[in-house]
Ligand binder design. Structure first.
Ligand code: M6R
Length: 614
């Protein structure tokens, strides 16, 4: 939620910041704003809506040139998404500007106090209080960083703040608690951003900031201290992808590019994890084999698409590793009395590693002394630091709000973990694990094959653009795939879409079936005969009631042909791996249908890529 960019160096700050914001717009697009420190003082511009509106405003009324600046792209929490509430916010004197990501929970009390003291607040945001608090603290002396430290100690909630002050025109100050902020280290210039994508065109050397830290950015250096003023230890790292990874590469949308990248992404998740002897090696997991042998229960916590990966993980873990596994929405987890102990392994799945619900679930599990393993895509994010171990998915940057390649790589990661636990605990013979690993290694080619046959799916999607509702049915691992197909359609096409376990139809949802209603059914492989035959019966039941059946089944499955109005074939793979091939047509379907409706699939309404509020 919200993208933040800060810059100080020798180039025109306006250009650097706007370019950075363009790369961060996926984080929020309710409004955009910029502040530049120039000779004449502090200049700001902000506009409701996407970055294009701000660009237009800057063309009409250019800001003075300066080499220090910051910018913000907003996902609104407090206050409507209008010009007034857009960031930056300034103090009463117009000499301090602040941008913010997160929620300041005690803002109402702070705001009341400020108003009583005579400050004039011009927005409905929680952020503006910080600008006025800084105004007061600057009077107490010590400069902007010291003022920010004192202010942060008064704030409750999650926040990344960046501030500039006319009194120190070479300095950008950032503060971080529970929201992402990374530093880009350049040569005579330095950067701050919510995500490395903002500065990757300029430097690939980055610094990960920890909790409750303040960073001071000057052209010649970076200083990091704690909220208590003590020097802080920081972790430097090198970003291993380049600017082309954060660009559309000839595709109309990032989502299309990311769907197309899936064979490569799946292959990258497997890379380096299979030893020459066929045994899995997950060294970076940092949880010892002995600790894994002691685990007696697994709980998976995640949100949205990552939650669907977790639901599929349950089948793999129980089948291969023989351990009981629960899957819980991260946002619900800490509000029930889950039974955890030091022998419980909690696996948190999050593409961004910044989802606040997932982080809070991890902290809750930590308090109960459980072992914590993260599955994450973004290096340098918060989740891996809060877990005992991590398995990175190596999907590369996922920019489109709708998650695609992250999902497939999360599946590969959970398969690897389940098989690794099976290997360590001996619940499967070594050759059984190896056989499955070999099948996994063939999955990039299977996903590629699915992608090559998507034209009929695109045609179908266009033909359904006028529909109001689509249902998705699945069984076993096909059920989470149905949920994922429905989620994609909801978030991109703004259509009513529901995923159901096909066996549950008769307990209520079948009442929804009416003449012509499109129902997508994911059919398990023929090898799973009972499961397969049951869903074929389900297809007949809904078709008899008028549904328009869109059936996804393995190639050559003739048994479904008589009941499928549209048949989409996918390569034959083992049941547990089938989500890797059955999800892809659903991604393409949702993307095409939404495009046909004229929607921006990279930036669906009301959403943001990283949900850093609870
Ligand atoms: O970064 P995370 O994996 O923690 O994000 C979780 C969800 O917010 C995310 O998967 C969301 O549901 C996607 N927009 C779905 O496409």
């Amino acid at each position: 939620m919200c993208g933040i960019v800060g810059y100080v160096g020798g180039r025109p700050a306006l250009d650097v910041v706007i370019e950075g914001l363009a790369r961060l717009e996926y984080r929020g697009y309710d409004s955009a704003g910029i502040a530049v420190l120039a000779e004449g003082g502090l200049a700001t511009a902000k506009r409701a809506g996407k970055l294009v509106n701000l660009r237009g405003a800057l063309e009409d009324e250019p800001l003075p040139a300066g080499t220090l600046g910051m910018g913000h792209t907003r996902w609104a929490t407090h206050g409507a998404p209008n010009d007034r509430n857009a960031h930056p916010h300034v103090d009463c004197t117009g000499s301090v500007a602040v941008i913010h990501n997160g929620i300041i929970e005690n803002f109402a009390a702070l705001r009341g106090e400020l108003e009583e003291a005579g400050h004039k607040l011009g927005s409905d945001t929680d952020t503006e209080a910080v600008a006025h608090l800084l105004e007061d603290e600057l009077k107490a002396g010590g400069g902007l960083a010291a003022a920010m430290r004192r202010v942060c100690r008064r704030l409750e909630g999650a926040f990344t703040l960046v501030a500039v002050h006319t009194g120190d025109p070479d300095l950008v100050v950032g503060a971080r608690r529970n929201s992402p902020l990374v530093v880009g280290v350049g040569d005579g210039e330095n950067f701050l951003a919510s995500d490395v994508a903002a500065f990757i065109a300029h430097t690939r050397d980055a610094i990960e900031l920890g909790q409750d830290q303040i960073v001071e950015l000057r052209p010649g250096g970076v200083t990091v201290t704690g909220f208590d003023g003590r020097p802080a230890e920081v972790k430097e790292y090198h970003v291993d992808w380049d600017v082309s990874a954060a660009e559309k590469d000839g595709h109309d949308y990032f989502m299309l590019k990311e769907i197309a990248e899936q064979p490569r992404a799946v292959a990258d998740t497997l890379l380096g994890r299979i030893g020459a002897d066929g045994r899995l090696t997950l060294d970076e997991m940092r949880i010892s084999d002995q600790e894994l042998r002691e685990v007696d229960k697994i709980i998976i916590v995640a949100c949205g698409t990552s939650f669907h990966a977790g639901l599929i993980a349950k089948y793999a873990i129980e089948h291969w590793a023989g351990l009981p596994c629960e899957v819980e929405l991260a946002s619900e987890f800490r509000y029930r009395d889950a039974i955890l102990s030091p022998t419980t392994l909690v696996i948190a799945i999050s593409q961004s590693g910044e989802t606040m619900d997932a982080l809070m679930a991890v902290r809750h599990a930590r308090e109960q002394k459980a072992k914590l393993l993260g599955i994450c895509n973004v290096n340098g994010s918060t989740l891996p630091r809060e877990c005992d171990g991590v398995l990175y998915t190596h999907a590369g940057p996922e920019i489109a709000v709708a998650s695609t390649k992250a999902f497939l790589t999360q599946l590969v990661a959970v398969y690897l973990i389940a098989l690794y636990i099976a290997q360590v605990r001996g619940t499967k013979w070594g050759d059984e694990v190896f056989a499955m690993v070999q099948l996994l290694e063939r999955m990039p080619e299977k996903v590629e094959k699915v992608l090559e046959t998507m034209e009929p799916v695109r045609e179908l999607a266009r033909s359904l653009a006028g529909e109001r509702c689509v249902l998705f049915l699945g069984r076993h691992v096909g059920f989470p795939v149905a949920l994922e197909g429905a989620l994609k359609l909801k978030e991109l096409a703004y259509m009513h879409a529901e995923g159901f376990a096909a066996g549950e139809l008769k307990h209520g949802p079948i009442a929804l079936i009416e003449q012509g209603l499109p129902v997508v059914v994911i059919v398990p492989p023929r090898a799973r005969d009972v499961l397969h035959d049951k869903i074929v019966s389900n297809i007949q039941e809904i078709r008899a009631r008028g549904a328009r059946t869109i059936v996804i089944a393995e190639e050559g499955d003739r048994s479904v042909e008589p009941y499928a109005d549209t048949l989409i074939g996918v390569p034959a793979v083992p049941t547990l791996l089938q989500p890797l091939v059955t999800t892809v047509p659903l991604q393409v379907f949702a993307c095409e249908l939404a495009t046909a409706k004229g929607h921006d699939v990279d930036q669906p309404r009301n959403l943001a890529k990283s949900v850093t509020v609870e």
